[in-house]
Design a protein around this ligand. Structure first.
Ligand code: RIB
Ligand code: CA
Length: 313
């Protein structure tokens, strides 16, 4: 079992990733930390608590930053994830409350309590991760790994032609995280826009996991609509959706599904290309996923998430 903390801005594909993680037999979700991005952070916290309770997990949920480190906050991605973050499928009010600690403190405490055992899986802007490193820089040497959904290295961005959303929302935090000497893996648009699921896939999920599968199938309809009608810099409209965040979770359990290149990455923090993640000649090497066995990732997502109802998170 690998211990993971998912830093998340739920978010429809975040919800898929979180239910995948709770259902996966090889993962122990130590906690969720919320961040702004797809929604404002109070909604992200509410949604993270709701997802944990839906999965039958009592793991802590710690609330993260409300705003980026330096730049003003960009408007949330409501046009992709809905006002409620779940594709306007309906607000789910959690019964429990958030952890008394903030996200950065929770991340630092967890890593110090389990040195060398915890993999961080940020699937939203990297503000909380940067703040945790500022709070206790020593966690860099005690973290088993950092597997980030974000960036676009050899493919265009999805918010601008240069920037992917998670980096664009806080490029200064991303720059600090990418400059840290720790075992970091980048699961960016280079691979996550190759991994796709279809409406039929989520219909099948609903059939095999009536409770959680039907929630995901309701939430994903809004996400399908966005993929049908909005052009992408690298891809035209299509029937289905990109599996951004679930791909990062499966990079932890099945790195063999991906082909990586070790390279330093520089993050642009101003100008027209702000939020760009480009290969650099100097700096800390990052394992960048450039190719993926997309069918293997899709099959693993469907296999484990189809068991979500019967697994305790
Ligand atoms: O660019 C895709 C990323 O931005 C995903 O994590 C999605 O949830 C949004 O946060
Ligand atoms: Ca996300």
């Amino acid at each position: 079992m690998k211990k993971i903390i998912i830093d998340t801005d739920p978010g429809i594909d975040d919800a898929m990733a979180i239910h995948l993680a709770f259902a996966h037999p090889d993962l122990e979700v130590v906690g969720l930390t919320s961040i702004f991005g797809n929604v404002h952070v109070p909604i992200a916290t509410r949604n993270a608590l709701a997802l944990a309770e839906m999965a039958g997990s009592d793991c802590p949920v710690a609330e993260g930053a409300e705003t980026p480190l330096v730049q003003p906050q960009h408007p949330p991605g409501y046009f992709v994830h809905g006002d409620d973050g779940f594709g306007n499928s309906g607000v789910i009010e959690p019964k429990g409350g958030k952890d008394p600690r903030g996200a950065a403190q929770f991340i630092v405490d967890s890593i110090n309590a389990h040195p060398g055992e915890i993999t961080l899986c940020p699937i939203g802007p990297l503000t909380n991760i940067a703040l945790a490193l500022r709070l206790d820089p020593s966690i860099a040497s005690k973290t088993a790994g950092v597997v980030v959904m974000g960036g676009a290295v050899e493919t265009p961005g999805n918010v601008t032609e240069y920037a992917e959303a998670n980096i664009w929302h806080d490029p200064h935090a991303a720059a600090e995280v990418f400059a840290t000497d720790w075992p970091m893996t980048l699961i960016g648009l280079d691979v996550t826009e190759v991994v796709r699921c279809t409406p039929e896939d989520f219909d099948a999920l609903e059939a095999t996991s009536p409770r959680i599968g039907s929630f995901l199938n309701r939430a994903v309809q809004f996400y399908f609509e966005w993929h049908r009608t909005k052009p992408h810099y690298a891809h035209g409209p299509f029937e289905g959706c990109f599996m951004h965040d679930p791909s990062a979770v499966l990079a932890i359990t099945n790195p063999e599904f991906f082909t990586f290149r070790e390279t330093p990455i520089v993050v642009e923090t101003d100008g027209e290309r702000i939020g760009q993640t480009a290969r650099a000649s100097q700096g800390v090497p990052v394992k960048v996923a450039l190719e993926v066995d997309a069918q293997a990732v899709r099959a693993a997502f469907l296999k484990f998430t189809s068991q979500a109802d019967s697994q305790r998170g």
